[in-house]
Unconditional design. Structure first.
Length: 202
């Protein structure tokens, strides 16, 4: 019988628990297998697809100060659409379009264009890139994984937590679920620590 090291056993256990944890946090879109879309689900994806403009979604808001409705490109929401399509295994071309449309916008989405780095955004985008079957080194400038690893706290009570850089920290458990998933899928040296910290949030 083949014997496994404690680290190997721990890694497999973590990945199993990570699946349950991220499914609970984000509605099962990250790690659950694709399900056949029902008629209503397909109708919903028809509508979602219509909201995409070149692979991206715009969001509107009104501050109520008389300035009227304002709109902006919502990169995070575009990824939510991607994960919806991915979970149902539909809209293959649209999924590819979303990921490609985000590629030149990586710095804007993750905050790097403004001198900050949002851990949750990096983790979420990296998870989507991995789901699309693209090697992180072949996406954007190839630094998504190393950027994420660089945001992970290395010691102390927050070891394993990926924290925003260059700004007041707004990272949270939702973002950490993407972080842990991305690091696990990449086989990162920080995989165990990221999962451990996520589990401590329960």
């Amino acid at each position: 019988m083949r014997k496994h090291s404690n680290r190997t056993v721990r890694k497999h256990l973590h990945r199993a628990v990570l699946g349950l944890t991220t499914a609970a946090l984000v509605g099962g879109t990250l790690v659950t297998p694709a399900h056949a879309a029902t008629g209503r689900a397909k109708a919903a994806t028809d509508w979602l697809s219509s909201q995409l403009d070149g692979g991206l979604v715009s969001t509107e808001y009104n501050l109520g100060d008389g300035s009227g409705w304002q709109s902006y490109t919502d990169y995070g929401l575009s990824l939510d659409v991607y994960f919806a399509f991915d979970t149902l295994d539909v809209r293959t071309a649209k999924r590819r379009q979303i990921i490609r449309a985000l590629e030149p916008e990586v710095d804007s989405y993750t905050g790097a264009a403004f001198g900050v780095t949002y851990a949750g955004a990096v983790g979420k985008l990296l998870t989507a890139v991995q789901h699309q079957g693209i090697a992180p080194a072949n996406y954007g400038d190839g630094t998504l994984l190393t950027t994420l690893e660089g945001l992970v706290v290395e010691n102390g009570p927050e070891t394993g937590r990926a924290k925003d850089a260059g700004t007041s920290d707004t990272s949270n458990a939702f973002g950490q679920s993407y972080v842990a998933t991305a690091l696990a899928r990449a086989g990162s040296e920080w995989e165990d620590e990221a999962v451990d910290f996520l589990l401590l949030q329960q």
